[in-house]
Design a protein around this ligand. Structure first.
Ligand code: VGL
Ligand code: ZN
Length: 214
């Protein structure tokens, strides 16, 4: 018997601090707002993730003496890249990006990176590779088995979310015109290769809309 498909749109970290003029600005980030707004109207379930750190978070360079953004440190769970201070809980930088229009009655939000000592690129499992955010449990509860992923940044939070989704058994699409990368030393190309090799399928926002309109 064919398995019934239940889809969700996943909007990763489309927050003010990741917009071009934000604290951790991603080049051309604002270009993805319009295709995301268009897609969101056609979905019954929209899952947004938000990077959500305390001011003294371990991933901020400012919290390590003598360190600057881009430096790396060793933590109990492995290597951690240090970032500019971003997405601090309760600040406007952590809010969903200006201009993002989601059907809020159909949205659920997953906050991640809120433990001071643990970062989280993935929307599913934090960097300790143990702590679940609740995203997977929510999807299991709703029988959601296909995810269309868009948002920021392609080579960090989007990639980790997509790879975890594959490993958790979802059918995963990356909406290529609704994501933008930071691209540190070629990380964007590496991320795209990684996702394709893992089985993430590539699709455009237009194709998503045409497939999902019932
Ligand atoms: C992200 C770096 C640090 C992201 C979040 O959303 O891709 N990148 N925190
Ligand atoms: Zn972060």
């Amino acid at each position: 018997m064919p398995v019934k498909v239940f889809t969700a749109l996943v909007v990763v970290d489309v927050q003010n601090d990741f917009m071009e003029d934000g604290a951790l600005g991603v080049p051309k980030a604002s270009e993805i707002i319009e295709p995301i707004n268009r897609m969101a109207q056609t979905f019954e379930r929209v899952i947004v993730t938000q990077d959500w750190h305390c001011a003294d978070h371990v991933s901020f360079a400012a919290n390590h003496e003598g360190k600057k953004p881009g430096d790396k440190i060793e933590l109990p769970y492995g290597e951690q890249i240090l970032w500019p201070t971003h997405c601090v809980e309760g600040t406007s930088g952590a809010d969903l990006a200006k201009g993002l229009r989601l059907p809020m009655s159909r949205v659920i939000a997953i906050l991640k990176g809120n433990d001071k000592n643990v970062d989280s690129y993935s929307g599913f499992i934090e960097a300790d590779r143990k702590t679940h955010t609740g995203f997977h449990a929510y999807c299991e509860d709703r029988f959601i088995n296909r995810l269309y992923i868009c948002g920021l940044a392609t080579d960090f939070c989007v990639m980790w979310t997509a790879l975890d989704a594959i490993h958790l058994g979802y059918e995963v699409f990356l909406v290529t015109d609704a994501t933008r990368g930071i691209d540190m030393n070629g990380s964007l190309e590496v991320a795209m290769d990684h996702m394709k090799m893992a089985g993430v399928k590539m699709i455009t926002a237009e194709e998503v809309i045409n497939r999902e309109i019932k």
